[in-house]
Every structure is written in structure tokens, then in C-alpha cells.
Write a protein that binds this ligand. Structure first.
Ligand SMILES: NC(=O)c1ccc[n+]([C@@H]2O[C@H](COP(=O)([O-])OP(=O)(O)OC[C@H]3O[C@@H](n4cnc5c(N)ncnc54)[C@H](O)[C@@H]3O)[C@@H](O)[C@H]2O)c1
Length: 449
């Protein structure tokens, strides 16, 4: 970003800060943080939080002793004081919030808990960093939004992919006009999760080793797979849509207007059970509702189209399938290539993207690449926690805010409606109630967070 853009951006950020909720508008130097859900993801956040001098891990909550013990060991190994522990029932988190000693909570529980646990925290004036997704039903999303508006408590969706290094470099390029006017975007969650959706149920062995799920599974196999049995839609939209929303300035002068979804037949999970557990295994009788490949087309108010893909039940290498295309050219992450008309060496020929990504490396990555080294998912996990902590400390608005959270997550119930209605086109609710038109950009404007 050019210096004058930074100056303009900082001024806008200052303007937004002046309307931040009062209780959190004061700066603070250190946060007392609790974590609800100390499973695989909660512990990944814990590890980043333990590295920080401006955070005290004040409380942990989980219902499974193995998970809590693993988290407590991490705290002890880091030489930090033992946090208070809340457990014993599904609503132990209510006691943790009621004790009144937290500034912020990180929620990393199964999806169905996100909305109630976030709403409870906001009511208790505890800032929320919520793992993806924000809720299950459309009502959940409205309730999360209304609670945030009523209480003024900060709420951030911890969508880490927005902070991926290439995604941020491409954001930098898009903001500087290298793709011309952005016209079409693609993204998705294209990740072979078969060995995540099934395992042996043994604590400590989350990936593969069996074809059990639900009550007999462990970690995500316990709670994620039942969604594939019952639901047919894009069940995990935010890793794909988050970056697209930032590239398209959604809720900052643009919005999603309507969507249409298609689901392929469901074969992959049954095939995996038969191959790994045999035809006679009881789970070979399970009928999965979730189509193996679910595609969703979204129309935006400014005329862009977005293609989103959910593909988690078939053999395939991991990819989020990003594409940013405009009047000046395009970038695609699958072939790690770019083509910029008049700038790429040869017409109609792909060019390796890396030199462009290096040249337009985002200021945040330039500053914090060293701190991010070793953090989860290629370092991007460092940035999402860093942003959450820094924005609260400074009393500034959340960079991925409640409007982003509910709109990105609402793609799931809307895509389910579309598919159930024979690929019906469904109108997208305007969660901002018109405010999308003039809200200024705030995401990743500089090198602070
Ligand atoms: N952003 C990312 O890259 C990323 C990666 C992995 C997971 N996630 C998300 O993080 C969340 C957790 O996923 P995970 O892989 O850690 O799953 P997990 O099953 O390993 O962990 C979930 C934890 O929540 C606990 N839990 C369940 N109900 C609870 C309750 N009522 N109160 C307190 N604790 C409760 C479980 O005992 C478990 O320890 C999910 O929403 C998932 O989608 C995000």
C-alpha cells in the first residue's frame, strides 16, 4: 500500500474507533482471556496466546478431561500460572462467564455451541473471538447480531484464511488496482476430511484409524460428521468466502444480494466406510445427506459473481481454490499463477505468481513473518489471534466484525434452503440494514494488526 493510502486508511480507522462501544473503547495493556473448548483448535489458539506477554490465560472450559489436561499441561510447560477450570456440564461456560474476571473469550467448541456461547459472553461484557462458523440457523445469526448491537461487546470471527500470506498480498494488489475492476471471485473449502470425519474414537487419535463417528468417534468425528448425515449445503463457507469478501469490500460499499446452490450426489463417505470398515460395518448403512461437492453462486450488489465450493468427502489434495479476476487480469492459487495484461511477459500465458506475491507482500506479513513462523496453517493463525488481542487492547473495532461473521456463516442455512428448494435462488438478508453502503474499510489497513 502506498503511504498516502496508509494515511487515509489510518484516518478511517480512527473514525471507526471513535464509534466503538464505550466499555471497550478504552485502551488496556493486558487481557485476561478464557478459552471455551480446549480441543485441537482451542489448544492451537492457546499455544499462540501463551507466547504473548500481553495475555493472561485466566480460565479454561471443556467437558472432556483429556482435552483439559492437555491444555493445562501446555500452560504449565510454558511456566504460566494455572488458570481456573470450568467443567462438569455442557453449560459450565456460564459459570466461567459469571465469575466476572475475563476481558475476552476464545470459543473453539463444536459449531452448535458457537451462537449460545458467544451470546452469553457478549451479555457478560466479555469480548468474543469465535471460531468459524457464527451459528447454525438464520435465527442464530440474527440473535448473535442483535446481541452484539444491544450490548456493544466486541465480537470477532476468527477466520484465519483472511490472513494467509498470498491472500493478503493479493488483497494488497487488488486494492492497488492491479487486477483492474474486480469482476469474479472464487474460493472454497476443498479438503479431504474423510480421516477427520471418521476415526477409532480413541482419545489422542483424531485422524483416521477407523470408521466411527458420533458417540463412538473422537474430536471432530464426534460432532462434525453428524452434520454430513443430516444436512446438505455449504457447511463450512468462511475459509473460502472470507478472503473473497475482503477482496470485494463486502459490507464496505458492497454486499451479497442472492445465492443459488447445487449439490452433487453423496458417495465419498459411504465409499470410505466400505473400503476401510467393510460392507458389514453398521456405518455402511448410514445415508449421508451432504452432497460430495456443493457449489454456491453468489451475486454481489456491485455486480461481482462469487463461486464457492465445499468439497470434503472425496480423495483430493487440499486447496481453497481461490481466483481473483478483473478487467486487468487474474490470479489463481491452484496453479499458483497470475496473468496481468500488459504486465505479464507474454500475452495469453500464465506467469508464476510468486514474484508478484513477494513484491506486494502485505505490510503485516513483512513486519510479523518472524513471529508467525511455526504458527498453524503456514503462520496465518498467528495473525488472527494477534488482530483479536490488539484490537481489544486498543479499544478499536474488530477487523472481522459481527456483520462479516453472520453474513459469511449464513451461507450455510441459505445454501441448504436453496438445495432443498430445487436449487432455488435465495435472497441474502442485509444484516447491516443499509449500513453496508458507507462503512469504511478497516481490515488490514496497515502493519499493526
Ligand atoms: N479456523 C480453522 O482453521 C479451524 C481449524 C480447526 C477447527 N476449527 C473450528 O474450531 C472449532 C473446534 O474444532 P476442533 O477441531 O478443536 O474440535 P474438537 O472436537 O477437537 O474440540 C472441540 C472441543 O469442544 C469441547 N466441547 C464440546 N461441547 C462443549 C461445551 N458445551 N462446553 C465446553 N466445551 C465443549 C469438546 O470436548 C472438545 O474438547 C470448530 O468450530 C471448528 O470448525 C477451525
Amino acid at each position: 500500500m502506498k503511504r498516502r493510502d496508509f494515511v487515509k486508511a489510518s484516518a478511517l480507522a480512527g473514525l471507526s474507533a471513535s464509534i466503538a462501544p464505550t466499555a471497550f473503547a478504552r485502551a488496556r495493556s493486558r487481557l485476561r482471556v478464557g478459552i471455551v473448548g480446549t480441543g485441537l483448535r482451542g489448544r492451537s489458539h492457546l499455544s499462540l496466546l501463551l507466547d504473548r506477554d500481553d495475555v493472561e490465560i485466566a480460565a479454561l472450559c471443556d467437558i472432556e478431561q483429556f482435552m483439559l489436561d492437555s491444555a493445562l499441561k501446555m500452560v504449565a510447560d510454558a511456566g504460566k500460572p494455572k488458570p481456573r477450570v470450568y467443567t462438569g456440564s455442557d453449560d459450565a461456560w456460564r459459570r466461567m462467564y459469571a465469575d466476572g474476571k475475563l476481558d475476552a473469550v476464545v470459543i473453539a467448541t463444536p459449531w452448535e455451541w458457537h451462537a449460545p456461547q458467544a451470546i452469553g459472553a457478549m451479555e457478560a461484557k466479555i469480548a468474543v473471538g469465535c471460531e468459524v462458523v457464527a451459528g447454525i440457523t438464520l435465527d442464530d445469526h440474527w440473535n448473535v447480531l442483535r446481541t452484539q448491537q444491544r450490548t456493544g461487546t466486541p465480537y470477532m470471527l476468527l477466520e484465519n484464511v483472511c490472513y494467509r500470506r498470498d491472500v493478503m498480498a493479493v488483497l494488497n494488489m487488488a486494492r492497488q488496482g492491479l487486477f483492474g475492476e474486480v469482476v469474479h471471485l472464487e474460493g472454497g473449502y476443498e479438503h479431504d476430511l474423510r480421516a477427520v470425519k471418521f476415526n477409532s474414537g480413541e482419545p489422542g487419535a483424531p485422524y483416521g484409524g477407523g470408521v466411527e463417528f458420533g458417540d463412538k468417534g473422537w474430536s471432530e468425528a464426534k460432532w462434525r460428521t453428524p452434520h454430513s448425515v443430516r444436512r446438505n449445503g455449504d457447511l463450512y463457507p468462511s475459509h473460502g468466502i472470507g478472503p473473497c469478501a475482503m477482496w470485494a469490500d463486502i459490507h464496505r460499499g458492497n454486499r451479497f444480494v442472492r445465492l443459488t446452490s447445487y449439490a452433487s450426489k453423496a458417495r465419498g463417505l459411504h465409499d470410505y466406510i466400505v473400503k476401510n470398515g467393510g460392507e458389514a460395518h453398521p456405518n455402511a448403512q448410514v445415508k449421508f445427506a451432504l452432497g460430495d461437492v456443493v457449489t454456491t453462486q453468489i451475486a454481489c450488489a456491485n455486480g461481482e459473481s462469487i463461486l464457492l465450493t465445499h468439497d470434503t468427502s472425496l480423495p483430493r489434495p487440499y486447496s481453497l481454490g481461490f481466483r481473483v479476476q478483473g478487467t486487468g487480469g487474474l490470479w489463481m492459487d491452484v496453479n499458483q499463477s497470475i496473468y496481468l495484461e500488459g504486465r505479464s511477459p507474454e500475452p495469453h500465458k500464465w506467469e508464476p505468481a510468486q514474484a508478484w506475491l513477494d513484491k506486494y507482500d502485505h505490510p503485516l506479513w513483512k513486519k510479523y513473518a518472524g513471529d508467525a513462523a511455526g504458527a498453524g496453517h503456514g503462520g496465518m493463525d498467528f495473525f488472527v489471534i494477534h488482530a483479536f488481542v490488539e484490537a481489544i487492547k486498543r479499544g478499536e473495532p474488530m477487523p472481522i466484525d459481527v456483520y462479516d461473521a453472520v453474513a459469511w456463516s449464513a451461507i450455510t442455512p441459505l445454501s441448504e434452503q436453496s438445495i432443498a428448494g430445487g436449487n432455488r435462488t435465495v435472497d441474502f438478508p442485509d444484516f447491516t440494514e443499509g449500513k453496508w453502503r458507507d462503512r469504511p474499510r478497516i481490515f488490514a489497513l496497515d502493519d499493526r494488526y
